[in-house]
Design a protein. Sequence first.
Lengths: 690, 199
Amino acid sequence: MKEFLIGNIDGKALPHDYHTILGSISFFLMFVFIVAFLTYTKRWKWLWNDWLTSVDPKKIGIMYFIVAAFMLIRGGIDVIMMWLQQVLASGSDGYLSAQHYQEIFTAHGNIMVFFVAMALIFGLVNYIVPLQIGARDLASPFLNTLGFWLYVAGVVMVNMFFLLGGEYAATGWLAVAPLSGKEFSPGVGVDYWIWSLQISGIGTTLGAINFIITILKMRAPGMSLMKMPLFTWGSLCSMVMAVSVFPLLTATLFLMFFDRYIGTNFFTTTLGGNPMMYTNLIWMWGHPEVYILMLPSFGIFSEIVSTFSRKSLAFYKSNVVGMIGVSAVALLVWLHHFFTMGASAEVNSAFGVATIIIAIPTTALVITWIATMYKGRISYKTPMLWFLGFISIFALGGISGVLLAIPPVDFQLHNSLFLVAHFHSTVIGGVLFGIFAGLNYWFPKFAGFKLNERIGRYAVWTWIVGFFVAFVPLYILGLMGATRRLDRYDADTGYQPFFTVALIGGLIICAAVALQAVQIIASYMQKRRLLDTTGDPWDGRTLEWSVPSPAPSYNFAVIPTVSSREPYFDMKNQGIGKIKYTDIHMPKNTGFGIYISIFAFLIGFGFVWEIVWLVVASILGIIICMIVKTFNDDSEYTIPAAVVEKMVEVQEAKMRSLAKGANHDEEDMGLMQFIKEAPVWAWNLVRGIK
Amino acid sequence: MTDHSLVIDKEHEEAADDRTMFGFWVYLMTDLLMFAVLFAVYAVLRNNTAGGPSGRDLFSPELALAGTLILLVSSFTVGVAMIAARNGLKNQALTWFGITFLLGLAFLGVEAYEFYEFIHEGHTWRTSAFLSAFFVLVGTHGVHIITGLIWLGTTLVYIVKRGLNKPIVRKLALLSLFWHFLDIVWIFIFTVVYLMAFV
C-alpha cells in the first residue's frame, strides 16, 4: 500500500547532508518570503491575472529573465564550489566527496545551458522579435505560455533533489551511457536529469515552432525576408535549428528512460546494446544546441554594431548567408566530440574538416561587423563594450576550436581542461556577452529607463578581466594534462597554483555579476534621470524603437508598412503619414499553460519515484486540459479603433508629462555614491511597501 | 460593425487558419524526426539479437499486412470524412469519422495481439537490443494512434453537440493530416521492420 501511494520515497530520501539541508532551507525561506510578501501587499490576484496567466510575449519574456537570473546565481554557486574543491584537493581529498563534486558539475552544465542561456535567449526573442517584425502577438500565444511554464517545470525538477532524493546525476551534463544506465547509476539522480531536460526540452520545441511561424507568417506588410532585422534572422536560424534537433533529444531521452525503467537494451553493455549510439545521438542534439544559443546572439551584435556606429550594417546579405551557413554546417559536425570513439580516419577527417569550415561563415560575420564600424561614428556605450569583449574572447575560443577540430590534436587534448576552456570561451564570449549586450541595449524598451553607463562599464571590464584570469589557467592546465571533471590530484602535478588563479578569476566574475545587479538597482534609483520618454533612446533603426517604452500590450497601435531594411530610420527622416486606427484583436489570458505544466511536472515526478497512479492521473489531467481547451472557441478579445486612439492619446500625454518631470542635470551615479545612497533608498522602499 | 471591419475580421481569421496549418506541418516534421531517430536506432540494432529470436523467426507477414491494409483504408475514410465535413454534411462526416475511429481501433487490436503473442512466448523488450528497438518503434507509433483516437473521439463529441462550425472544421483538417502522417510512418515501419526481416 505504501509503495502504491508514494512509490520509492522513504526516510532516506529526505534531506540529510549539509548541502541538501541548506538548499531545502533556502528554498523554504524564499517560498515563505514570497508568500508573505504577496499576502501582505495583497498582490495574489495581480500576480495571477497580470503575469502568470498572461499570453503577452513581453511579459513572458520578462518572466524568463527573472527565473534565469535566479538560476544564474544557482549555477554560479556551483562553479565556485568546484573551483574551491580543485584548489584544496591538491594531494588531499578537499572538502567535497567525489560523488558530490560530480553532481555539482553535472548540475552546473545543465543549469547554465538549459535554464540560464536558453531562457535568456527565449526571453529576448519573446520580447523583441514581435516588435521587430511589426506583429502584435505570436502565432500561437497559448503555445508560448505553455513553453514558458514547461521550462519552469524543468527548473523546479532540476532543483527538486534538494528536497527529495538528495542526489543529482553524477554523469556529466549529457549523462553518457552506460554510466547513466541503471547498472552504474541506480539512484534517482539520473531520473531527475532525464525529466528536467525532457520537460523543458519539449517546451523548447513548442516555443521554436511558434517563433518560426510567427517570423515567417506575421511580418508587417512590405517586410520581405531580406528586409528583416538581423536579430530576427538570427532567431529564425536558431529556431529552425531547435526544431531540427530537439526532437532528437526527446527521442534519445525516452530511450534512456526505457533503458532505466523497463529494462530495454538500447545503450547497455549487454544483450546487444550500443552505448556509443547514445553518444552519437546526444551530440547530434548537443552540438547544434550551442549554436542555437549563439545565433540570436550574433543577431544582437549586428543590431548593436549598426546602431552604435550610426551606419546601416555593411554586407547585410553576407551576414544573413553567414548565419544560415553556420546553422547548416553546425548540424554536420557532432562527431568531433568523440574523435577517440575509434571511427576510421576518413570519418574523423570529414568531421574535422566540416568543423573547420564553420570558421568561414563565422569569420564572414565578424568581417561584416568590422566593416560596419569602419568609418562609423562609434559611440562606446555599454552594449558596444560588451561587443568588443565578445570579439576578444570569442577569437580565443574560435582559434582553440579550430585546433581541437584537428583529430590528431584532439587525441591529445580530448577530455582535458583545454576543451573546457575552449567551450567556455565560445559560450561566455559568444552567448553570454551577447545576451548581456542585448539586455543593456533593449533595457529601456523593457523598463522605460536606460541603464547606468558608469557602473555598466565597470561590470563589462570586470567581466573581461575575470574571464581571462579564470580561463587562461585552464588552457594551460589542459596542455599540462589536467582532465576535465577532475576532483582531486597529486600535489606533484603542479596544478594547484593554476587552479588558485582560476578561483580568483571566478571570484572576479562574481564581483562582475554583483556589479551588474548594482547597475540595475542604481539605474532604478536614478530612474527620473535615465527616463526614456521617446521610445528611441539610442537613435535606433528598427521597428521596436518606433513604439513607446515600455511597449504597450498591443505593441503597435497601427501596423507599420515597411519598405526598407531600416524602417524606423526612414520614418524618422521622412515623417509618418496620417494614421488611421482599426480594431485590434488580442488573445485572452489563459491558465492552461500552467495547469498542463503542473501535470507534466507530476508525470516526471511520478516516474522518478515510480508512483504509477500519479503518472496515470497526470496524463489524464493533460488530456482533460486539452479537451476542455478544444471546446473553448472564444480565445480572443477586440479593442475597438476608438479605444485604441484614446489609449494612444493617454500614452502620449503620459510621456509628455514624464518628459517634463525628467531630470537630466545629475550624472550617472558611480559606485561610491551608490554605496552612500543605497541603504537609505532601500529603507524607504521597505517602508513604502503597501 | 462596419463592412470594412468585417473584411478585416475575415482576413484576420483566414490568416490565423493559415498559421495554424503551417505550424502543424512544422510540428509533424518534428514528430517525423523523432521517428527518424527510432528508425536509425532500429537499423543499428536490428541484428543485435543477443542469441534471442530474430525478426524472421518472430514476425508474421500476414498479420502485418492486415494491419497495413486496415490503416490504409482508414486513411481513405478519413479523406472522405473531410470532404463531407468541408461541405457541411454533418451526418456523413460523423459516419465516415466513426468508421475511421473503428478502423483505428481494429489496427490497435492487431498490434496489441502481436505484442501479446511475443510477450506470451517470452520475447519481451528485455530479451535483446533488437526487440527493444522493435517494441519502442512500433509502440511509439501505437501511442500516436491512441492519441489520434482520443482526439478523434473528442471532436466527434464536439460535432454532435455543436455541429460543424468553422473552428472544428479547421481542427479536423489538422486531425486528418495527423492521421495521414501516421499512415506514412506505418508504411515505413511495414517496409523497414517487417519486410526487411524477410530479405
